[in-house]
Structures are given as C-alpha cells and as structure tokens.
Design a protein around this ligand. Structure first.
Ligand code: 3PG
Length: 307
C-alpha cells in the first residue's frame, strides 16, 4: 500500500487535510501527517518509508531526498518550488510537481488587503489615499498576476503589467496595458505588486535603482518571495525616499531594522500568509492529492517541473 505524507510546517486548514485523506484513502493508499514540525530530524524520520510527499514551503533538499529511499513524487501544493532541490530530485529519480493557480486568488486578495491597510495609515485614522485611478504595475502576469488585475479592475485602477514570458495579447485582453520592460513598469507605476518567482535571474533584481525610478508616493507590495528584493536597496529606498512604502507577507532579512526605523511606512505580517485561506488550502491540497494518485496509478506527469 502506497504511503503519502503531508509534511507541512505551516499546516493546511483541517478541512483540506480531510479532503486529501478522502482522496488518498479512496484509492487504498495510506495518509501520514507531519504538521508544525520544528526540527529537520522529524522530517528526515517521516520521509523514510513514504512513496509521495505533499509540501508547502517546506524544504526538500538532498538530505531529505536521500533519507526518502522509497520516494517517487513530491508535490508542492502551491506555485513556487524554489524550496525543492530539483537537480537532487532528478538524480534520485523523484518527480517534482506544483499545483499552478490553485492558491492564486488568495494571494491576489491579500495584495489588496495589504494595500488598503497600508495606504490608510495602517488604520490609524489619519487621511490616506485611494486606489482608484492609481497606476498599478503587475510584475509577472501568471496566475496570481492575472487575479490581481481582476481585483484591481474592480478598484478602478489603471493597470500595467510586464511579463517576460506572457504574450501582449494575453495581458491586453484583460484590459491591462502590456509594457516591454521591468524598468518601464517601475517608471510608470506608483504601485508595483511583485509576482515573480525566486530564480537565479530574479534574486535581488528589485534593487534601489529600479525602486527609485518609481513616481512620487511609490509603493511596492511583495507577496512573491523575499529573495527577489535586494535588502540593502530596500533600506536605501526608505532612507532616501520619505514617500516610499513597502508592504509584504514575507519578512526581508533586515525586517527588524526596517520596522524599528520606518514603522509608519513599512509593514510585514509575522508569517507568510498569501495562500493561507481554507479555499486555497483545499484547492492546492486536493489538487496535490489528485496529482499524486494520477501519477502513482497512471504515470501522469502533467505538472512535473524537474527534468
Ligand atoms: C506559493 O508559492 O504557492 C505561495 O508562496 C504559497 O506558499 P505557502 O504554501 O507556503 O503558503
């Protein structure tokens, strides 16, 4: 009987775990649960005799893969898979998948939650500004970017996007203006929302120069990855531009310093929470379970992200 492990440092909503259990047990597979683990040793122990693992931002590195002798597939219930060592997985003959789009709406809604909170003085009662007619720049027009545009339209925002891979037609069909460079996006938009993955090319790519080219009242919202923003550039932006604001659910390396120095312009949630809704947990968790079943039973590799 195949064993499927849910290894989530940040647990799914119970209703999502129940849904995953039903899918797995219906197939005669066994579900094992490791939630809120605090030591890597617990993960290393839990993966020993499982065939499949469902994770979130949990780190699957060479050591974990080596400990998982029976492992055939890892599914990252979510979009970004920078937490999985893809080369090591390939070398160990393990298939890695993600569940694209399944938690995108949750992240997009948080973007606007953070924006509203931030532009209204963190709800301190002072006069803020409105989103209507403001230029919103969406950096990367994937599933999250597209959802941001959908919600932004409701706020009456003037929307722009840059995506190195999406076609102009895809973007402009949504009533969003497609720009041809990331520089143009930052130069044009007072508010920029980041939706790029953390890759060798994107890490630290949101630097001082780029942010400093933004119009007056510049705001950057980061619900993507902390690694894509250059910490030093961010600090410099705060010290040189008294109009600059930054809202995020992924604390940068210099979070404590920023919070102490700029509490009226910098905001970060205690934990990464873009995808932390029951709906997103259900969508991504159940998709992960279904993908595992389809892979183990039929060899379906549709969402495979490693070679
Ligand atoms: C993703 O890549 O899907 C999001 O960053 C969500 O991550 P999480 O599952 O750790 O909340």
């Amino acid at each position: 009987m195949a064993k499927i492990l849910i290894a989530t440092d940040k647990p799914f909503a119970p209703v999502a775990v129940q849904g995953i259990r039903e899918i797995v047990e219906k197939e005669g597979f066994e579900l094992v649960l490791l939630e809120k683990y605090t030591e890597k040793a617990q993960l290393l122990d839990a993966v020993k005799n499982v065939d499949a693992i469902i994770i979130r931002s949990d780190i699957i590195d060479q050591e974990v893969l080596n400990a998982a002798k029976q492992l055939k597939i890892v599914v990252r219930a979510g979009a970004g898979y920078d937490n999985v060592d893809l080369d090591a997985a390939t070398a160990n003959n393990v298939c890695v998948m993600n569940t694209p789009g399944q938690n995108a709406n949750a992240v997009a809604e948080l973007v606007f939650g953070m924006l509203l909170y931030g532009i209204r003085g963190f709800f301190n009662g002072t006069a803020g500004i409105e989103l209507k007619d403001k230029k919103l720049g969406i950096l990367a027009y994937g599933h999250v970017g597209r959802n941001v545009a959908r919600v932004g339209k409701g706020f009456g925002m003037d929307q722009y996007a840059y995506d190195a891979y999406a076609s102009t037609v895809t973007i402009e069909n949504d009533g969003v203006k497609a720009l041809t460079s990331v520089e143009d996006l930052f130069k044009t938009c007072q508010i920029v929302s980041l939706h790029i993955p953390a890759t060798a090319e994107t890490k630290k790519s949101i630097n001082f120069e780029l942010m400093n080219s933004m119009p007056k009242g510049a705001i950057v919202v980061n619900t993507a990855r902390k690694e894509v923003v250059d910490d030093e550039g961010l600090l410099k932006m705060f010290s040189e531009r008294s109009d600059f604001k930054y809202f995020t659910d992924i604390q940068p390396g210099n979070h404590a310093e920023l919070l102490a120095a700029y509490p009226d312009r910098y905001f970060a949630t205690p934990k990464k929470m873009g995808a932390q809704t029951a709906e997103a947990n259900i969508n991504a968790g159940l998709a992960a379970a279904n993908q595992i079943v389809d892979f183990l039973k039929n060899g379906n590799e549709q969402y495979k992200v490693n070679k």
